[in-house]
Design a protein around this ligand. Structure first.
Ligand code: TYD
Length: 130
């Protein structure tokens, strides 16, 4: 059964300020085709709320905090993201949404595909039938 999991990223600790980096196919198990970020989220709002047919992703909280709730059709897990040196790997075929965004939170998403609306499953019942 597929499951989402946290991936620790390199953290170069430096008195001048810490540094973290990501290389596609190395720290994440896919080639990074797209990067997008979610910001200025009003209190109480929910983002996501769909699955993908092909897209895998790594979700990182670059600033602030938020929760990612992932559902593989059998098990629902909640991950609270609040540090920029790890991310949540979400394999293909998971229903997921993001909520509980703190003020000024910044969610970075590294995706294995370019944007394609055809890749979205926005109907939960359709997702359950897959
Ligand atoms: P969507 O992924 O549906 O947001 P959420 O998962 O939070 O519900 O995207 C919202 C809108 O932005 C939708 O009209 C498609 C557009 N969009 C792009 O054009 N390119 C992208 O890379 C992404 C992620 C979204």
């Amino acid at each position: 059964m597929k499951s989402a999991h946290l991936i620790n990223l390199p953290k170069i600790v430096d008195p001048r300020g810490n540094l973290t980096f990501i290389e596609g196919n190395h720290h994440v198990p896919f080639d990074i085709k797209r990067v997008y970020w979610i910001y200025d989220v009003p209190g109480g709002e929910i983002r996501g709320g769909h699955a993908f047919k092909e897209q895998q992703e790594l979700i990182i909280s670059l600033s602030g905090s938020f929760d990612v709730v992932v559902d593989n059709g059998t098990t629902i897990q909640k991950f609270s993201l609040n540090r920029s040196y790890y991310g949540l790997y979400v394999p293909v075929g998971m229903w997921r949404h993001m909520d509980n965004f703190s003020t000024n939170s910044l969610a970075l998403v590294l995706a294995s595909t370019v944007y394609n609306e055809e890749d979205y499953i926005r109907d939960y019942e359709e997702f359950r039938k897959k």
